[in-house]
Design a binder for this molecule. Structure first.
Ligand SMILES: Cc1cc2nc3c(=O)[nH]c(=O)nc-3n(C[C@H](O)[C@H](O)[C@H](O)COP(=O)(O)OP(=O)(O)OC[C@H]3O[C@@H](n4cnc5c(N)ncnc54)[C@H](O)[C@@H]3O)c2cc1C
Length: 390
């Protein structure tokens, strides 16, 4: 199925990286369309911690996909002048209890054994790495992962969308990009219909709709069960998470920080805000607003106790977002199992994985050959009666 006209539905980090990659392709003439029902980059990608890592990811094939993609971020940033949004600043992590630190030491040993840069560092080094932090008095050690970092997704997506457009991609957003129907069979010509009454003729449909993948892939011919993700609706679902942005901050953290009570990094082009999350925040799509406000204030207080320059900061935004989570935690990439279904790419850790997946998926779409590195991540593993993989 080597494709000449490719329509990518969803301009989050995945769809944008893929559309951009396809327009970079010099060998095969290809017409690329990128469609989004909102402004590009305003889905989950906008709110992501966007921590680039392959830290503690298993099995090995998933870890390797992560490290490959971290390297792909570096190359992509270099090719596209990504200094404004690519921040390979490293990640510091520590735990409160001795037991937690023991687990972290085991993680460092495991990552090192897999060739992933990781080390335990002492208090003086932590202070050198993060001079603006007021370190807890009993903190003696932290794990340091120097090759990790983060991206500013809004800036990155805006930049890659413009580059793709300049290379000839047909970028449609708002009602003109909101896909309402996909007609035709996979392998034959297809017609994508949009909310403004427009249509687009294409050979291949690629669904990069993140948390909306079940709905969009169903439009394109795959029954929802073919592309399952964790349902965010039931109370207590693990897919929703609270994100808080706060500011102003004068001396923002330099690194990604995973501390026992709050995870944070600098936010914004000029780093005058911080992005905050925490593992113990129990929210779902039904949590009352008042409770969300309380959690947001709690996260800001936790961050303030580490970072004195947040003294005058306030909560600037808070949002419950939905992680697009395949039920087994691994990416789902490839033609949807059912005949007529689209090519699908959906994953948690989508920011980390976007440029690596974009390279592999573009190659598959343009050559029609299945890439062996994607074998563990095929949609077929969820087909009824499947043994769970290729
Ligand atoms: C709180 C939180 C923290 C996270 N932290 C990290 C992290 O640290 N590192 C990491 O790598 N990942 C992280 N993730 C996961 C990561 O953010 C996601 O995997 C990634 O953003 C998904 O990108 P996407 O392009 O698939 O989806 P999205 O960014 O959601 O894009 C999908 C797009 O599809 C569009 N769309 C939907 N329906 C239609 C339609 N009918 N027609 C046209 N367009 C449509 C939407 O408008 C949207 O723009 C986190 C996620 C959350 C929620």
């Amino acid at each position: 199925m080597a494709a000449r006209r490719i329509a990518v539905i969803g301009a989050g980090v995945l769809g944008t990286a893929l559309a951009h990659r396809l327009t970079e392709e010099r060998g095969t003439p290809v017409e690329v369309a990128l469609l989004d029902g909102e402004r590009p980059g305003h889905g989950t990608s906008r709110w992501s911690l966007a921590w680039l890592n392959s830290n503690g990811k298993a099995p090995r094939a998933y870890h390797d996909l992560g490290t490959r993609s971290m390297a792909a971020w570096g190359r992509l940033a270099e090719r596209t002048g990504g200094d404004a949004w690519y921040r390979p600043v490293g990640n510091l992590r520590w735990a409160e209890e001795e037991k937690g630190m023991r687990r972290l030491a085991e993680r460092v040993a495991w990552m090192t054994a897999w060739g992933y840069p990781a080390e335990l560092v002492g208090r003086r080094r932590i202070a050198d790495l993060e001079p603006a932090l007021e370190l807890p008095s009993d903190l003696t050690r932290a794990a340091w992962f120097p090759q990790e970092g983060y991206v500013l997704t809004e800036l990155m997506i805006a930049s890659l969308v413009e580059r793709a457009r300049a290379q000839g991609a047909d970028v449609r957003s708002g009602p003109a990009g909101h896909v309402t129907a996909v007609e035709g069979e996979a392998g034959g010509p297809r017609v994508v219909r949009t909310a403004d009454g427009g249509k687009l003729e294409t050979d291949t449909v690629v669904c990069c709709a993140g948390r909306w993948t079940p709905e969009v892939s169903r439009l394109a011919g795959a029954p929802g069960a073919g592309v399952p993700i964790v349902d965010p609706q039931p109370p207590g679902s693990s897919a929703p998470a609270l994100v808080v942005r706060a500011g102003p901050v004068r001396d923002a953290p330099l690194r990604v920080l995973h501390t026992p009570r709050v995870h944070l990094r600098a936010h914004g082009a000029d780093s005058t805000q911080v992005h905050l999350e925490a593992g113990d925040v129990a929210v779902d799509l039904h949590t009352p607003e008042r409770e969300l406000d309380e959690w947001a204030t709690t996260l800001l207080e936790r961050a303030r106790s580490l970072l004195p320059s947040l003294r005058n900061a306030e909560v600037v935004a808070r949002k419950v977002c939905v992680r697009p989570m395949p039920p087994d935690g691994l990416p789902i990439v490839g033609p949807a199992a059912e005949a007529g279904g689209p090519y699908v790419a959906v994953t948690h850790s989508g920011v980390t994985l976007a440029p690596g997946l974009a390279e592999l998926v573009a190659e598959e779409l343009l050559t029609g050959r299945r890439h062996p590195d994607l074998a563990p991540f095929r949609p077929e593993r969820f087909a009824p009666g499947s043994a769970g993989g290729e």
